[in-house]
Design a protein around this ligand. Structure first.
Ligand code: ZN
Length: 381
């Protein structure tokens, strides 16, 4: 079987769509008018991703407010916030360029998603000619909606966790029911949990093991056969061409991360300074048998924050080097992250989101070609 290749999920929203979101927040256009612009962006995303030769694609998350907030609010400004939430939650990330992103705050129970990822997928699937994947948010990110200390009156932490696990399981099951071939769980908070940043209190609480246990509560509800197609994505964050935890050593995260019983992992790597060391760590810590499934390591070969397009030869060479440490039957390729996990992202290093979209499709094409070349070289094509 050739080396599999898969994107993480998002693409930059076209400038026209970002303007429409601002108009919607300001009440200048209706939801129907916004949806028409989203439809156009989704169709363009799917068609251009399919044209790269990629075997599996996504709608570029063009309808989502962000990879983390899609279940909770229609837009990043908080339009259409779900019940029992207020806008003023904690920072989940502070980025290297100084900007931050904030989560809502839970004010009571029960906790319910307002939108499931499958609500987007049902529209996308009608536009696609090849299989689609869908990204969903990890329970460990939404766990941060609950106050760090104390309990919400009338809604205990454990009640919240039970509701959260139910909702995350439902989010994944609905994706498969809507026709997703694969579902990956975004786990950007994993590496950030090791950061210990005094400006962002939760990152100093040693929450990684708690996150892993919570995510396994969801994964354990799926059979081994189902978990082959359920992945975990790790990265140091990506927004406005900046990261939030690239200075955290992978050696702190990876031994814990592979305790999650997922069948595959989408792992930022192209932008690491010492890739070979990380390949070695992946070989050491990924498991042949994670409660019935082998853990396939999809290494990042494309950096979505850098406008320079990687060549297929560079992609091939990364995979060949990684294959020295990771068995080829458990090796795949991916992008380091989504190209724009948040809906409002001007892609400053690229100059504009529209140009960044053009670059993204060229990068995906290089990934697909380079992965094919590596498969041939390794005799698995
Ligand atoms: Zn990411």
């Amino acid at each position: 079987m050739p080396i599999p290749t898969e994107n993480v999920g998002s693409l930059p929203r076209p400038a026209k769509l970002q303007a429409a979101i601002a108009d919607y927040d300001a009440g200048r256009i209706t939801h129907e008018e916004l949806k028409a612009v989203q439809d156009e962006a989704c169709k363009d995303s799917i068609e251009r991703m399919e044209a790269t030769g990629s075997p599996i694609n996504s709608d570029g998350e063009q309808r989502a407010s962000s990879f983390a907030t899609y279940p909770l609010a229609e837009t990043l400004a908080g339009t259409g916030l779900a019940d029992n939430l207020a806008g003023d939650g904690q920072y989940f990330a502070i980025f290297t360029d100084g900007h931050h992103r904030q989560l809502p705050r839970l004010t009571g129970g029960p906790f319910r998603y307002k939108t499931y990822a499958a609500d987007y997928l049902r529209d996308a699937i009608n536009m696609a000619h090849k299989p689609l994947k869908q990204a969903v948010i990890a329970p460990s990110m939404l766990y941060l909606l609950y106050p760090l200390d104390g309990e919400i009156e009338g809604y205990t932490r454990e009640q919240f966790m039970e509701d959260l696990v139910d909702e995350c399981e439902k989010d994944i099951r609905l994706c498969f029911a809507a026709g997703a071939k694969r579902v990956s769980i975004d786990f950007t908070e994993g590496r950030l949990a090791c950061r210990n940043d005094p400006n962002n209190p939760w990152t100093g609480r040693g929450m990684l093991e708690e996150f892993i246990a919570l995510n396994n509560r969801v994964l354990d509800r799926f059979s081994a056969e189902e978990r082959k197609n359920i992945g975990i994505h790790t990265c140091p964050g990506g927004d406005c061409d900046a990261t939030h935890s690239a200075d955290v050593d992978y050696a702190e995260l990876l031994p814990s991360m592979f305790k999650m019983n997922a069948g595959y992992f989408l792992i930022q790597l192209a932008s690491e300074t010492d890739k070979e060391r990380v390949y070695k760590l992946l070989g050491e810590h990924s498991r042949e048998d994670a409660n019935g499934v082998p853990q396939v390591c999809f290494i990042g070969v494309i950096n979505p924050q850098n406008p320079r397009v990687e060549t297929p030869e560079e992609v091939r060479d990364d995979l060949l080097l990684a294959s020295k440490y990771i068995p080829v039957e458990r090796l795949g390729s991916t992008d380091d992250c989504g190209f724009s996990p948040f809906s409002i992202d001007v892609k400053p290093k690229h100059g504009s989101p529209d140009f960044a979209r053009d670059v993204a499709f060229q990068k995906i094409e290089s990934r697909v070609k380079g992965t094919q070349m590596a498969s041939e070289e390794l005799g698995v094509a």
